[in-house]
Design a binder for this molecule. Structure first.
Ligand SMILES: [Fe+2]
Ligand SMILES: [Fe+2]
Length: 240
């Protein structure tokens, strides 16, 4: 599923060999694992046969592969954006998303502690990690918006700016450390929630909380990818 090729149809995906799909786009490896498809031993057979052999749900697998492909095309488009537009995109899409969803996650997890915290051991630590994540992310967004992004824009516009951090690489390193911290917290959350899969007895708040966490993780990974792999290298190249 190379991002440079034309989009796949359902039929062409089903006819592709599993190993070929993974070789062309490593993100499919994680997707196949999630759907119970063994892409190592089963890599030489077509996706259609693999879905049958590993008893996976064809519609879910195809939908997820197509969503990945769309995401890949979108990222390719973002790579071409001029720096000021990329900064605007990150703020208006990803920073807005975090600000909208983070308070909801805190609210849901606190409700869950009140209703189920005594009887289910995973709930209190989950609420603790969600709190830690939000406490880390909010100042992170502010540092990017108030310090790093204006400095990157200044470099782009060749405007001399007063700053207290020296080379732009310093705040970029600091932001990358904070990205790693946020992803590590999400790994703990993913372990505690069994990959955001609610137990059969879960109430509505519990289910909504896990669904929001899954959405939050996907957005955060894309947000961090954009900053680490597209924005920061472009900013550093301006100082080379
Ligand atoms: Fe950001
Ligand atoms: Fe960031």
């Amino acid at each position: 599923m190379s991002q440079s090729k034309a989009p796949h149809s359902k039929e062409s995906l089903l006819a592709s060999r599993v190993g070929e799909l993974v070789a062309n786009d490593f993100r499919t490896a994680h997707l196949f694992s999630q759907h119970g498809i063994d892409f190592c031993c089963g890599g030489g057979i077509s996706l259609e046969r693999a879905i049958k052999r590993f008893d996976a749900d064809e519609t879910s697998v195809i939908d997820a592969l197509m969503a990945l492909e769309t995401q890949g095309e979108k990222l390719q488009g973002l790579e071409q954006l001029p720096l000021p537009d990329l900064l605007n995109y990150i703020e208006s899409t990803h920073h807005t998303f975090v600000r909208e969803k983070a308070p909801l996650l805190v609210e849901y997890s606190q409700k869950m502690v009140r209703a189920h915290g005594e009887n289910h051991a995973e709930i209190k630590p989950l609420a603790g990690w969600i709190h830690a994540l939000v406490e880390d992310l909010m100042p992170h967004l502010m540092k990017e918006e108030r310090i790093l992004f204006p400095a990157i824009l200044g470099l782009h516009n060749q405007v001399e700016m007063q700053n207290c951090f020296g080379h732009i690489g310093n705040p970029i390193n600091a932001m990358q450390y904070e990205h790693d911290d946020a992803l590590q917290i999400f790994e703990k959350i993913s372990e505690l929630t069994n990959g955001f899969v609610p137990p059969a007895h879960a109430c509505t708040t519990w289910r909504v909380c896990y669904a929001t966490l899954a959405e939050f993780e996907a957005d955060l990974k894309q947000h961090i990818y954009l900053e680490n792999n597209i924005l920061f290298p472009k900013a550093l190249a301006l100082t080379a």
